[in-house]
Write a protein that binds this ligand. Structure first.
Ligand SMILES: Cc1cc2nc3c(=O)[nH]c(=O)nc-3n(C[C@H](O)[C@H](O)[C@H](O)COP(=O)(O)OP(=O)(O)OC[C@H]3O[C@@H](n4cnc5c(N)ncnc54)[C@H](O)[C@@H]3O)c2cc1C
Length: 421
């Protein structure tokens, strides 16, 4: 069979640019548009919205994704069997950069988890039937899937999960609790880690499942956040049943599944591959500084330049990780470096926003592009915890990249049920 000739990045970008112009409005000069009553200014890291508004935002994003799916722009690097274009990361990056110049629906955590973390995990671990059923569906975001990993007693120590899955015929019965499950209330599915064998050491007795979260025996309770919204949830399982056909990977291989999903998470949070990220960035800081007439201040100029440089460094780190993936390497510990740099930059943007905006950050003066930054400042610390905290990323870098001695692990060879907790 003769392989189809791939368009060059330039040819592809040219086509994509035409398509975007035909389907989306260009982003204007925000300050000018604002003066004419048009453009809103949002640098929120997490949405501080009511359920209906957040659902609406998500629906808009899903519709946009499905429009892109008609021409494969939602899955540029994926093969055609999953509705993708089978092109390189470079093509995907070129598209993401082009899209930045257009006014398209804002990013949403549940969407990113479904398309960027769960879809590739199912592709890697799923049976043929599961791949056919879920990969295209999740890439298109026809249905959404949240991540049901953390528990009140198992966050950083994720391998300690205690939510039980007990076999019963060709089904499993679930009993236990998950927490911090982003977007569970907007999802149809959850990627669940459950304890299937308490008699072996913790990493070995976990199994992964794709669980319908709107089924009997599953209760989702939203948690109110300090930034105003309620996008996290507690999820309780009380006798919910899941067929064995929804088990993802082998029984007892859930830790491998989890590491793969977390690897994708670290890599995507660290990549900065051109697409819009949560929170404010150099562009929005510049918009605020201009609106406030502060771009002549030498200290503000210096800090803006530092944000710009850090952003570029972050992009380079992402490119290096991508190059490794192109050579066939699975997402590895290098993703931790990308994640650390990203969260550090988010915090630095908070610092610079405080400098640029000053007291108007704390009291809403009504001046455009000022008080909005509170949603960045209050939300940014969340990503220092989500997907593995900064301290855990440093442990990973120390042990698996730098080869430093490992942490003492007293429960290494103990059955999970015998570990003191
Ligand atoms: C914004 C956000 C979104 C999230 N979304 C999801 C989601 O969708 N699904 C999901 O399953 N979970 C989600 N989480 C949960 C997240 O994965 C956990 O909060 C995280 O893994 C930390 O676990 P913990 O909260 O139990 O803290 P703990 O593990 O109790 O840690 C408490 C503190 O101790 C430190 N610490 C712990 N162990 C070590 C160690 N060995 N060495 C050094 N320091 C250590 C930690 O760094 C932290 O500062 C989300 C969290 C946030 C903030």
């Amino acid at each position: 069979m003769v392989a189809a000739v791939q368009p060059s990045v330039e040819q592809f970008a040219d086509e994509a640019s035409k398509w975007l112009s035909a389907h989306a409005q260009p982003r204007g000069d925000e300050a000018a548009t604002h003066k004419s009553g048009g453009e809103s200014f949002s640098v929120a890291v997490f949405h501080a919205l009511g359920t209906e508004q957040e659902q609406h935002l998500l629906d808009e994003l899903v519709s946009w994704n499905q429009l892109k799916a008609e021409v494969g722009y939602h899955a540029i690097t994926w093969p055609s069997e999953y509705g993708g274009l089978g092109l390189s990361k470079e093509h995907a990056r070129a598209y993401a950069r082009l899209e930045l110049a257009f006014s398209v629906p804002v990013r949403h955590e549940t969407f990113s988890v479904t398309t960027g973390l769960v879809a590739p995990t199912v592709e890697r671990f799923g049976t043929e039937e599961q791949k056919q059923r879920f990969v295209t569906t999740f890439l298109r975001a026809d249905q959404l899937c949240c991540q049901l990993f953390s528990e009140p007693g198992a966050g950083s120590d994720l391998a300690g999960v205690g939510c039980r899955a007990v076999p019963d015929g060709d089904e499993w019965v679930l009993q236990g609790q998950k927490i911090w499950s982003s977007g569970a209330q907007y999802s149809q599915w959850g990627l669940l880690l459950a304890r299937t064998d308490p008699d072996v050491p913790k990493h070995r007795g976990i199994t992964a499942f794709l669980v319908p979260v709107r089924a009997p025996g599953v209760e989702i309770r939203p948690i109110k956040q300090m930034s105003g919204g309620a996008s996290f949830n507690e999820v309780f399982f009380d006798g919910a049943r899941v067929p064995d056909s929804l088990r993802l990977g082998a029984v007892g291989d859930g830790w491998n599944v989890a590491l793969t999903t977390l690897g994708f998470e670290r890599e995507s949070s660290g990549s900065g591959g051109g697409s819009r990220r949560p929170g404010g960035s150099f562009q929005e800081l510049l918009v605020s500084a201009r609106a406030l007439g502060r771009t002549g201040d030498p200290i503000v100029r210096d800090r803006l330049a530092q944000v710009y440089i850090r952003t570029r460094v972050q992009e380079m780190i992402g490119l290096r990780a991508e190059a490794g993936r192109q050579m066939g390497a699975p997402p590895g510990p290098e993703g931790s470096i990308g994640k650390l740099v990203w969260t550090d930059n988010l915090e630095f943007v908070s610092e610079v926003a405080s400098l640029v905006v000053g007291p108007a950050l704390l009291a809403d003066t009504g001046q455009w592009a000022t008080y909005e930054w509170t949603e960045h400042v209050l939300g940014a610390p969340g990503y220092r915890i989500a997907g593995g905290s900064d301290e855990i990323q440093r442990n990973i870098v120390g042990e698996r990249v730098l080869g430093l001695p490992g942490e003492p692990r007293v429960d290494r060879n103990q059955a999970w049920k015998d570990v003191a907790r």
